[in-house]
Write a protein that binds this ligand. Structure first.
Ligand SMILES: [Zn+2]
Length: 416
């Protein structure tokens, strides 16, 4: 069979070799990767990536936050490129796939097109976004956020890590403060391939997740003020117990998210008793709540029902509960036309697929506010991510890359 654009497949073993061999940059004894953004290990993988892109005939440019762009010319250079890519940085105990798959699969797409001698109508541009993970510098996804104007470049450059090193200093130390203005690279659309980082695809035996939404987020800081008193001499009906109150709030969060599900989740992830002691009734507790939904009206209901529950629990238990909404991020609605292109590519290739919501944040969620964007998910073992045990199979990675290839071909068009 001759290779035409319609039956083109990426080279699965070449993609896999690239994933395995670049995992040496920051590789850990347990088989994971520690490649904090703008570290010496990040420089190693960036240098490798830049060279691989240049060898594939791409023109590499770097903006002043270290975001990397590698352009493949199209027949029609009057139109902005189709973007594809993700990030190459990792968590301190990260895996070989989170972000990395999307960037290396983008490179594999270009290599495949080169081998087949296929020119696209629109140009293509593969990307490596700076500091997606956010573990060294806050906030996470800062490169793509600044790219769309959510933060100023000066603000991002001044952010410091725990050692007091600024983003500007870190960029200079590895030679990746480029001269391209942040946000200057135009895109017609953008596609990000990523591991799911959750258990749904694996549990349902699906190969491809067609990501149509990203979760909206509600973050609360809470404080319960009761009264510390003697655990032996205070009768049950005279107590003002902060921890017993928190217990009711935790169960209320679980109940509310469950009842508003399946498209809602709620978690109390932190709770600190002010002065814990085994024979003192807890008098003061600080806690956090994280609630998410891909539907803004459900987010409103989560908020209203949480506040109603707290308003009922607090006076009944004679305690004060302060609840501050410290962050509300609206849900992401990925571009319907691009989501449809991903779904068509998955169907045409014969991969079992389903629509899915991204529970985690991604560069694509930031980009989607300015550029038509969609995402492709592939399963990861046991849904584990941000862990050295993170794993995905070679066939699943190849399937994701093939969907990326054919989505990009449908969007960029094959030059006649
Ligand atoms: Zn990621």
């Amino acid at each position: 069979m001759t290779k035409t654009a319609s039956n083109l497949q990426i080279d699965s073993s070449r993609l896999w070799d690239t994933i395995v061999s670049t995992a040496q940059f920051g590789g850990t004894p347990k088989g994971g990767v520690k490649r904090l953004t703008l570290s010496a290990e990040d420089k190693q993988v960036r240098d490798w990536f830049r060279q691989a892109c240049e060898q594939a005939g791409l023109e590499v440019s770097i903006d002043s936050l270290g975001n990397m762009f590698a352009l493949r010319k199209g027949r029609d250079m009057t139109k902005p490129p189709i973007g594809l890519g993700s990030h190459l940085d990792t968590q301190p105990t990260g895996g070989k796939f989170d972000g990395i798959l999307g960037t290396l699969a983008a490179l594999e797409v270009i290599r495949t097109l080169n081998d087949a001698g296929i020119e696209t109508e629109l140009p293509l541009c593969i990307t490596n976004w700076t500091n997606e993970e956010g573990s060294r510098f806050a906030p996470a996804m800062m490169g793509s956020a600044a790219f769309v104007g959510d933060f100023t470049v000066e603000d991002v450059l001044s952010r410091k890590d725990a050692a007091g090193i600024s983003v500007a200093e870190a960029l200079d130390s590895i030679g990746y403060r480029g001269n391209k203005p942040v946000g200057a690279q135009p895109f017609t659309g953008f596609i990000e391939l990523h591991i799911e980082q959750g258990p749904i695809l694996e549990a349902e035996g699906k190969t491809i997740g067609v990501v149509d939404h990203g979760q909206g987020v509600l973050w609360y800081d809470g404080k319960i003020t009761g009264f510390e008193s003697h655990a032996g001499s205070t009768p049950m009906h005279l107590r003002r117990d902060a921890l017993a109150t928190l217990s009711e709030i935790v169960l209320a969060v679980e109940k509310i998210a469950t009842e508003l599900g399946p498209n809602a989740v709620g978690t109390v992830g932190e709770a600190v008793i002010a002065s814990p002691s085994r024979n003192v009734i807890p008098g003061e507790i600080a806690f956090t709540i994280d609630m998410r939904s891909a539907d803004a009206t459900i987010m409103d209901q989560l908020d209203q029902r949480l506040r109603a529950a707290v308003a009922e629990i607090a006076p009944r238990r004679k305690v004060e509960v302060a609840l501050d909404l410290v962050w509300r991020k609206e849900p992401t609605h990925f571009d319907p036309a691009l989501v449809g292109s991903v779904e068509s590519a998955a169907n045409a290739l014969g991969y079992q697929n389903r629509r899915i919501t991204s529970g985690a944040g991604h560069d694509a969620c930031n980009l989607n506010t300015r550029i038509p964007t969609a995402m492709i998910f592939v399963p990861c073992k046991d849904g584990i991510s941000h862990n050295e045990l993170e794993d995905a199979t070679q066939p699943d990675c190849a399937a994701g890359a093939n969907v990326l290839l054919h989505t990009v071909l449908s969007l960029a068009g094959v030059a006649k």
